[in-house]
Structures are given as C-alpha cells and as structure tokens.
Design a protein around this ligand. Structure first.
Ligand code: 4AD
Ligand code: MG
Length: 431
C-alpha cells in the first residue's frame, strides 16, 4: 500500500502511486476494463482497472465489487481532462474492506418517503453532499460574522420552565416532578446574557410542535440568535442585512461548485447586497391588495402572502412594525402607535418566505409584567426574565435566523427536509 491521501488533494500527486480509502459510488464494465467511481467523502474519482495491469484476483475483485462496498485502492494518478476533477487513477492494487449488500438507492427515481426512510444512506449522494456542505458554510460564516464583531457565544438551555414563542406549539416533557418545555428559542436567556456581555449570540437546536405540513416547517431546527444591549430596531435591521450579505458572499466564495451541482441560479445570489429594502407592515399590506390577495389588515402573513411580498424585490426585504396583537409578548411597542410592535421579519426572495424574525424588546419592568399577565403566562416561570428589567435595564434588540430556511433558499430547494442531515417534522421521527 502506498501513501493514503484524500481524493480532493489528488492534483499534488500527478504520476505518483497513492492509495484512497472509500466506497464504490458506481461501476462500469467494458471488456478488459473496469471503471470504478470511488468516493472518499472529500471527492469522487474514476479508478480504471485494466486486466493486463493487475493480477487476476484483483481484476476479479473489481468485477464483483457492489455499489457502496468499502475499499482501499492503489494506483498511479493521471490527468483526465474529461472528468470534473481533472484526474483519474490507473489501478495497481485493490483491497475489499467490506462487500456491500444490494444497495437500495439506485439510479431510478425514488419517492420522497422512500428516500427519507433511507436518509442514513441517502446522505451519501452527491446532491446531499452539496447541500450539507453549503449548510456547513452557512453556519461557519454566520459564527464568523459575530465572532469578528466581538460578540460572545453564550449557549442557552434546551430544557426550560417557560415558553418564549407562544404556548400553542410547545413540546412538553417530564422533568422529575416538574414539567419542562423544549426551547423554542434561546432569546430570553440571550437577553440576560446581553446585560452581562453587551453583544452575544446563541446557536442551537430549537423545537416547535408544528402540526403544519409545509415546505418551511420542521419540528426541530437550528437557530442563531444575536442579542445586543443598547440597540434599537433600526440598528437591529442593519445588523441583520449585513449578516445575510456576509453569509451569501461566503457561500458564493467557498461553495460555488456545490451551488453548480445543485443547478442554483447563481446570478440571483450575486445580487444580494446590503442595504435591503425595508418596508412598513402597512406597505406590505398595500402590496397584497395590489396583487388581489385576500388579506385582513391586522393579521400575520401566511406563506402565500410572504411569497407575494418578497417577489416584488430582487433581494431580501425587511417588513417592520407589525400589529402587536400577532407578535410575541416581549416586543416593545412603537411610541408613535402603541398598536404596533417594534418587530421585523426578513423575507427571502424567490418565494422562500421568512428567514429572520426579530425585534426590540420591552425594557420596562411594569409594562412587561402587564404583558405577561395579558398573555396568561405563569408569572413564576418568568420572574427571572422580569428581573433583568430591574437591574440596569437598557434598550436592547436581537433576531433569530433559521438555518434550514436559509439553506433552502441559498441552495434553491423546494422543501426544508433536505437542509438538515436528519430532519424532524410531523410524522417523521425515523431514522
Ligand atoms: O420568528 P421566530 O419565531 O423568532 C424567534 O424565535 C425569536 N425569539 C428570535 C429572536 O428574536 N431572537 O423564529 C425565527 C426564525 C424564523 O424566521 C424562521 O427562519 C425560523 O426561525 N423558524 C423555523 N424554521 C423551520 N421550522 C420551523 N418550524 C420554524 N419556526 C421558525
Ligand atoms: Mg417569526
């Protein structure tokens, strides 16, 4: 066996003998030749076995290899202008690590349910690789954005005694002799942390018992949530647009190949540049009216409404100052119109809908206490949260970006189910 290398580094080994360890992605046979497409996780390469070049047992092994068999393969690296990688291997040696059973995922079209049931295997396909690598880049660049600006990462709990985003979609669980809820958001803890560190962000899984079967809803999804002390809604929106611009630019720079594999219209992403259009809720309602959408003023936007609004713009649009009645209890009201909350949602273009939800928070103790009561929330569970307003309360704001919806938009997918390695949504707990 020669030096083991990753396929992605193959260019450095032209004309040298090396070994790859990986899996058989595909195989073609033609007379005295076996074309083995080998994947090692980093890349895929064609390895050519010529009967005259190898001992008979090795040619026989190459013949009996099944799809997804694990192997070690040794040979000399040559140029191959026809392949995307630009190189191929002329095989000298082959070791079967384990022969795979007949692989259930074949080239024929499979239904979504079948693929979802085989998600543990489906992840090996090139399309899924591209999506998961873009997801990684989105998360990496999102953290980088806040890290570079001096935000402190503060992890927030998953078992919580209180509801952050309404009580209708809580996952409840026994917590010894008490009830606990899986976190819907880290925000409330983020606010406490912002009073300790100034600028913070949290990043973790969040849970909502969404009974809706839409292309945008998961029951377990990842959210990155910055929270900033001494910050108002205007600055909050500005940070959000710079943040999204940074993420899109990073994906374009570092994961362009993957976007090509997904056949994403890259020109549309290249237009994403701050500042983004920012429109008042009233203006958004006007857009719906002009497009003959049946919408009652005062309500929250549904999926179709968001699509119609976002289709008016070539970059994400921020809608601000929603009716307080349809938004969370913790949002500060607008001085100029107390029926409106200092809230903002960012809607992605091309009909992808809301990717960010954020707001300026209520910072007055008495007002917030009244809100807790109005919403029939248990005062005891929120006592610590109210406390924050007693000890050096300041204007503060933040937002949450849903990772999966962002992946869906940037990759140009038609459902969030492929944006996370093992998705959880209604009727899907397996694998
Ligand atoms: O608008 P939401 O509910 O806002 C919050 O949770 C705030 N506490 C955030 C904050 O201000 N710190 O959710 C934020 C984002 C949405 O814009 C969406 O991208 C995503 O989280 N999201 C979901 N993604 C997938 N499946 C679901 N069921 C989602 N619910 C929200
Ligand atoms: Mg929202």
């Amino acid at each position: 066996m020669s030096q083991i290398i990753k396929i992605k580094d193959v260019a450095q080994y032209l004309d040298q003998e090396v070994t790859f360890q990986g899996w058989l992605y595909n195989k073609r046979s033609s007379g005295k030749l076996r074309f083995l497409l080998v994947r090692d996780g980093s890349e895929t390469i064609q390895c050519v076995v010529f009967k005259g070049d190898v001992p008979e047992e090795i040619f026989d092994d190459a013949t009996k290899l099944t799809q997804e068999s694990a192997l070690r393969i040794t040979g000399v690296i040559a140029k191959d202008e026809r392949s995307a990688l630009g190189y191929e291997m002329q095989v000298k040696g082959l070791e079967i690590v384990s022969l795979a059973d007949e692989y259930p995922i074949t080239k024929k079209e499979h239904g979504t349910d079948f693929l979802m049931d085989h998600r543990h295997l489906w992840l090996r396909s090139s399309r899924q690789h591209a999506i998961i690598r873009i997801r990684h880049e989105i998360i990496r660049s999102a953290r980088e954005f806040f890290d570079d600006r001096g935000f402190t990462l503060v992890d927030t709990p998953i078992f919580t005694p209180n509801a952050a985003e309404g009580t209708t979609n809580l996952f409840e669980t026994d917590y010894f002799d008490e009830k606990a809820y899986l976190a819907q958001s880290g925000q409330l803890y983020g606010e406490a942390a912002a009073m300790a560190f100034g600028d913070i962000y949290c990043f973790g899984p969040t849970f909502r018992a969404e009974k809706s079967k839409t292309r945008r809803h998961l029951t377990e999804f990842w959210m990155i949530e910055p929270e900033m002390a001494f910050c108002d809604l205007e600055k909050d929106m500005q940070v959000a647009e710079e943040f999204i611009t940074h993420i899109v630019k990073s994906v374009l720079k570092n994961r362009r190949n993957e976007l090509v594999i997904l056949e994403r219209d890259i020109e549309k992403l290249e237009k994403i540049e701050a500042p983004f259009p920012k429109i008042h809720y009233d203006d958004a309602v006007e857009i719906l009216k002009k497009n003959n959408i049946d919408f009652e003023y005062g309500g929250d936007f549904g999926g179709t409404d968001e699509t119609v609004i976002s289709e008016q713009f070539d970059r994400p649009v921020i809608v601000h100052r929603y009716p307080a009645a349809v938004k969370a209890f913790y949002m500060k009201r607008d001085d100029k119109n107390p029926d409106l909350a200092l809230a903002m949602d960012m809607l992605a273009p091309e009909g992808y809908g809301e990717i960010i939800g954020g707001s300026q928070r209520e910072d007055d103790h008495q007002v917030l206490l009244d809100r807790v009561k109005e919403h029939n929330l248990p005062e005891k569970a929120f006592a610590w949260y109210l406390d924050i307003r007693k000890y050096g309360s300041v204007p503060h704001a933040g937002f949450g970006l849903g990772i999966e919806r962002t992946v869906s938009w940037i990759c140009g997918l038609n459902h969030v189910r492929e944006t996370i390695p093992f998705p959880r949504f209604m009727n899907r707990l397996y694998p």
